[in-house]
Design a protein around this ligand. Structure first.
Ligand code: SAM
Length: 217
């Protein structure tokens, strides 16, 4: 997975008082990285060092080997994690057992699963979206924007009032401003007031050239 060269940036939490007719949500926006073996829960994966997570129900989408679900599980009453890869989900289950946490790890396509959860009336306090890079090249940007908007919109609809969306992009062809715009558009369509409480960049395990993305196709 490619990663940006920029360092973490953060802004203070400034949750606005909700208007009666609109739900609110907070987003933590990341460019993401992932470990080769996701078996070790890392405090760095905890949004706001873990403080920001409202810990009742967590939905970890695109979990891979449980990179977010594992460190957050001890703070949550229930964790559901999805990945399309059977192998990844098997590893997530192994990792959960090794770390003594309970994760309901399911094989599924997140695009379908988010719709299905909404149909079932399921709601979550924290949702993590850490998809693969949807825009691996410039030609893919338009479709990628549609994909990012779709999952962010669906996730915002599934959040409880005041919930937290941790939304990630590792598409270097979609810059921070463009990604923020996508999340904003999703929030408008979802009719949710969103406050950005924190922005992060990739960890030390994903160094990349300062020339990125200039030399990409
Ligand atoms: C960026 S990695 C996730 C990294 C993980 N969140 C972590 O912290 O280590 C993307 C994951 O998305 C999965 N994936 C790709 N397309 C998917 C889809 N449509 N639905 C569910 N999972 C998908 C891949 O199998 C891969 O494990």
């Amino acid at each position: 997975m490619k990663a940006s060269s920029r360092k973490w940036k953060s802004s203070p939490a400034t949750c606005r008082r909700p208007s009666p007719s609109r739900r609110t949500a907070c987003t933590t926006t990341w460019t993401s990285g992932t470990t080769e073996n996701g078996s070790v829960p890392r405090p760095a994966r905890e949004p706001g060092g873990g403080r920001a997570v409202r810990a009742r129900r967590l939905l970890d989408c695109f979990t891979y080997n449980g990179g977010f679900a594992l460190p957050l599980a001890p703070k949550c009453k229930e964790v559901i994690a999805f990945d399309v890869s059977e192998e990844a989900i098997a590893r997530t289950r192994e990792n959960a057992a090794k770390n003594g946490v309970t994760i309901d790890a399911r094989v599924g396509n997140v695009f379908d699963e988010l719709r299905g959860l909404d149909r079932l009336g399921e709601r979550f306090d924290t949702i993590v979206l850490d998809p693969p890079a949807f825009a691996k090249n410039k030609a893919a940007v338009a479709n990628a924007r549609t994909g990012y908007k779709e999952i962010n919109l669906r996730a915002l609809k599934l959040l409880n009032h005041g919930g937290i969306l941790v939304t990630c992009s590792c598409s270097y062809n979609i810059n921070e401003g463009a990604f923020a715009e996508i999340v904003y558009e999703a929030s408008v369509d979802a009719n949710v007031d969103v406050t950005v409480v924190e922005k992060r960049m990739q960890g030390r395990d994903h160094p990349c050239s300062s020339a990125s993305p200039r030399r990409t196709t």
